[in-house]
Design a protein around this ligand. Structure first.
Ligand code: SF4
Ligand code: SF4
Length: 77
């Protein structure tokens, strides 16, 4: 089962991933990160279909996916 990992400190709260997710399982936290942004979070991990749209959409590369415990990297920077 894929696991989505969001780095809250890289998130700037643009909500693009929330809109991109076809399962609508991403949302925004009520807390802020150290930069003062509300950050994205996974609200229903078990409904994730591993489509990777959130990872690809995030302009700040704040979202990664683990498959069977292994981190999947889409960008080399
Ligand atoms: S991988 Fe797809 S289904 Fe899973 S959280 Fe990201 S956009 Fe949603
Ligand atoms: S797309 Fe990236 S920067 Fe924007 S809210 Fe989602 S995780 Fe944060």
């Amino acid at each position: 089962m894929p696991q989505i990992v969001i780095n809250r400190e890289l998130c700037k709260g643009c909500e693009l991933c929330v809109r991109a997710c076809p399962q609508k399982i991403l949302g925004m936290a009520k807390e802020i990160n150290s930069k003062g942004y509300f950050f994205a979070r996974v609200e229903e991990q078990k409904r994730c279909i591993g489509c990777r749209l959130c990872c690809i959409t995030c302009p700040d590369v704040a979202i990664q996916m683990r498959v069977h415990g292994t981190m999947v990297h889409y960008f080399a920077y």
